[in-house]
Ligand binder design. Sequence first.
Ligand SMILES: Cc1cc2nc3c(=O)[nH]c(=O)nc-3n(C[C@H](O)[C@H](O)[C@H](O)COP(=O)(O)OP(=O)(O)OC[C@H]3O[C@@H](n4cnc5c(N)ncnc54)[C@H](O)[C@@H]3O)c2cc1C
Length: 468
Amino acid sequence: MNLAKPPQAIAAALSALLGRERFLTDSQSLQHYGRDWTRFAAPAPSGVLLPNTIGEIQAIVGLARQNGVKLVPSGGRTGLSGGAMATNGELVLSLERVRKISPVNQAGRSVTCEAGAITAQIQQAAAKEGLMYPVDFASSGSSQIGGNIATNAGGIQVIRYGMTRDWVTGLKVVTGTGELLELNQGLIKNNTGLDFRHLFIGSEGILGVIVEATLALTDPPRNPRVMVLGVRSMAALMQVLASCQAQLSILAFEFFSDLALEKVTAEHSIQPPLQERYPFYALVEFESTSATAETRALEVVEACIAKGWVADAVLSQSESQRRSLWRLREDISETIAQWTPYKNDISTTVQQAPELLRSVDALVSQHYPDLEVVWYGHIGDGNLHLNILKPDGVSVGDFQDRCKGVSAHLFAAVQELRGSISAEHGVGLLKKEFLRFSRTESEIELMRGIKAQFDPDGIFNPGKVFDP
Ligand SMILES: Cc1cc2nc3c(=O)[nH]c(=O)nc-3n(C[C@H](O)[C@H](O)[C@H](O)COP(=O)(O)OP(=O)(O)OC[C@H]3O[C@@H](n4cnc5c(N)ncnc54)[C@H](O)[C@@H]3O)c2cc1C
């Protein structure tokens, strides 16, 4: 592998700033830090920078700017769109050492943390004080809050609590000029012109580096219970969603296909939750605040069975059962990673989700009759994850070319419904060529203009989102 070397001028200055142990150029580190969870491009950074402080980050940005060197902001590298990939001699700017979590502010129900703080550690810090940071997903044990904010991460409880954007009350960012901006300072009320905080949320590292965030916290749900329901069709799934929404205090409404269940139960040697197999399963989590809440949930299920939408169901009877049922859904992504899946993360409005499911189903049967297709997702948010598994013996490049051809049809169907080609995972490298299916030319031009304001020399995350 031909890995680039950092330009001599900046290399000397970076060594002086960070020392040898925090400015890495060995090939193992370049491979490790140069990639995220995707496996469709080869990492090729020229160095890895591990600053300890915000001041060091500002100094790095200043040096990069003076020397025309590109930087890739890097969090927990669990991203699924190649946003943190460094493929072209860039320097990886890792936030992993900038990770302090300040004490929870009880009166303000908030917590301030540096960008490299691990999501699960923030959740634990809040839980210790009887509060909750509610954005959660299977990778929260490795992802960083800076990465979550840069991707506006969603996850398994969006139906109840919303996306990362809904919890960020303050941000500190270092822009492409090296300037430190303090955005919204944790305020709940602040109507003083344009709110730049929201530009950085979901910016995928193209405007600058997020270095600190203040997050709102909430009360944890009381007595959450989980049901897994065997469902005969996607149309029935949406009817079940409507019934649950109308009658229960829902925390999550997820779905997965039988192939997803088969892969997870085989991988972890666990029993399927129901006696028989069904095409789809809904995982419904609800708050059970009284004895009647549970009775009502059972009545809802019985009514769905009577209508023929649900075939069978199981309700968690203990916390450990609740966790085991969640694993059936949460372990899917990690389990299928061994097949280098081609991931699609599409969405539409909830009311149009049945139409989306119908169009996608037709496309899948037409174009992938010979391939294994794993469906799952946050269907209560209108968000579907469609994973095409790479067959053995086919090269990653050939497989990707075939899937990309079909993506054009898939995204045209999404566009028809005015949906999104990337609901949660961002655009990064992988969805860049399809951005136009969700955003207009004039919107993309506006994005370019905004980038030029925050990053006038284009040093951050080149080649991502809309950059050629
Ligand atoms: C098993 C699994 C399950 C997942 N489930 C979900 C899910 O349910 N919902 C969901 O939304 N996502 C999910 N993801 C995707 C991923 O975990 C999220 O996108 C997460 O927010 C990425 O955080 P990270 O710290 O790993 O970011 P990285 O992958 O390191 O980076 C992601 C992007 O953010 C930029 N970035 C990182 N840190 C900063 C910073 N400090 N300042 C500026 N830019 C920065 C990078 O340049 C890159 O463009 C899942 C991933 C895996 C592996």
